[in-house]
Design a protein around this ligand. Structure first.
Ligand SMILES: [Zn+2]
Length: 429
């Protein structure tokens, strides 16, 4: 190419870019216009976890418009054109077999308070509520089945508290489903990725109208759920395994099943899942979108940023205010406006509405009274309710610590007796 020709092309690009910017039809203007028309539904955010870690859930200490040391606050949600934020009520896996249910309720409480104390936010619990909401809608999701402590009654009560989605595992197995991670040793299993009770959880979530979230589950568990769920499911914050080989991501064969199920995968922005060890940039994130569109169609895609859950994000996508740059990139890659509108909002709304339709079709079904067999969820914190034993002398219940002390006393007496008899035997007496 001659210098003259290249100079001519350069001027042509400059001219059209200038015209685009001046007329408001350049990619960033198109992105912003689309985002005003179809405000983003972001499928996963861990601000509530950070409020617990940094502020012990004391909202009085902070101004939610502008919070330091996090990636999410009201000002940045507005800047990012986020219309709905799914807030995760997440508690660490180390709470499994301990106080996971209480801690989860406390996280739900802080999300309720956030969304009622600030006039820019509104707690929403239905697809129609999302459509009608003129503020930033808050949806509550539980992250990790350990939060229900293998109790369908607890699941139902969480639904009543406004929870509309639950991922079946976090980084630990539950007694009934398998995680993609092996970092915890809870309930290790072979070829039992979704137990009979796990299928009851899936069926009760279908009956309630709670969206099943497969991010964090093992691929086997995801496959099993896709076989038995009567409603569409989501991966709320996962990316494409073919682009970045991480077990938290979704392989093509599962994307094919997800398409059949009418579900969606909401692409995770975390560098570890999109750039596999590198920090990455907007382009590598867009590669995940391109790949998933090729395998499962644009109608199977959403966005689930994972801000404030993960810590490292690609250049240009450091916090929730940066989403317009990603939408601009998709438009520059010739995604149609209809496809982008689906990614931003309409695909999630379709899934939520289908989940509600399944709920409505099952309204004659009674609440599921299945219980997990004690042998499958045996741990010291599970109590079979029965009347306590009474101390016949005081006529009061034995406290666990008192009976523990009694056991230790008996043990010491046995050991002393044993030692004494050994000594007597040694002396030949
Ligand atoms: Zn997560």
């Amino acid at each position: 190419m001659s210098p003259r020709t290249s100079c001519k092309i350069g001027w042509t690009v400059f001219f059209y870019t200038f015209i685009g910017l001046a007329s408001g039809s350049g990619p960033i203007h198109r992105a912003l216009r689309l985002m005003r028309e179809y405000p983003l539904i972001d499928g996963h955010n861990d601000l509530a976890l950070q409020l617990r870690i940094l502020h012990n859930n004391r909202l009085n200490q902070i101004d939610l418009h502008n919070i330091s040391n996090v990636a999410t606050d009201i000002n940045r949600l507005k800047e990012g054109h986020i219309g709905t934020q799914v807030f995760s009520a997440y508690v660490m896996c180390t709470a499994q077999e301990k106080d996971a249910v209480r801690l989860t309720m406390e996280q739900i409480d802080v999300i309720h308070r956030m969304c009622s104390e600030y006039p820019e936010l509104e707690l929403v619990t239905s697809a129609q509520g999302l459509r009608n909401c003129t503020k930033i809608a808050c949806l509550i999701s539980i992250e990790g089945g350990h939060s229900i402590d293998s109790s369908l009654a607890a699941l139902r009560m969480f639904y009543r508290l406004g929870v509309r989605s639950m991922s079946l595992t976090h980084t630990c197995n539950t007694p009934w489903a398998e995680s993609s991670s092996r970092i915890y040793e809870f309930y290790l299993r072979k070829n039992n990725s979704l137990t009979h009770f796990g299928k009851e959880v899936v069926s009760e979530m279908n009956r309630l109208g709670m969206i099943i979230d497969l991010s964090h589950t093992s691929w086997d568990t995801a496959e099993n759920v896709l076989e038995v769920s009567t409603a569409p499911v989501i991966f709320s914050h996962s990316s494409a395994f073919e682009v970045c080989q991480h077990l938290r991501n979704v392989p093509d064969w599962l994307l094919g099943m997800l398409k059949e199920n009418h579900g969606i995968i909401m692409v995770n922005m975390h560098s570890g899942f999109v750039a596999c060890g590198n920090k990455g940039n907007i382009s590598i994130v867009a590669d995940h979108f391109d790949h998933i569109r090729k395998v499962a169609g644009a109608e199977s895609i959403g966005i689930g940023g994972d801000y404030d859950g993960a810590s490292i994000f690609p250049n240009g996508l450091e916090d929730v205010s940066k989403y317009p740059a990603l939408i601009q990139e998709l438009l520059q890659r010739n995604w149609t406006e209809a496809e982008v509108a689906g990614v931003l909002r309409l695909n999630f709304l379709r899934v939520f509405e289908e989940v509600e339709e399944v709920r409505d079709s099952l309204k004659r079904m009674r609440p599921n009274e299945a219980e997990i067999p004690l042998s499958e969820a045996n741990n010291p914190c599970r109590l079979i309710l029965k009347r306590p034993k009474l101390n016949p002398v005081t006529n009061r219940a034995f406290s666990p610590s008192a009976s523990g002390s009694l056991n230790i006393l008996v043990l010491i007496l046995v050991m002393v007796f044993h030692e004494s008899s050994q000594a007597l035997m040694c002396c030949g007496l």
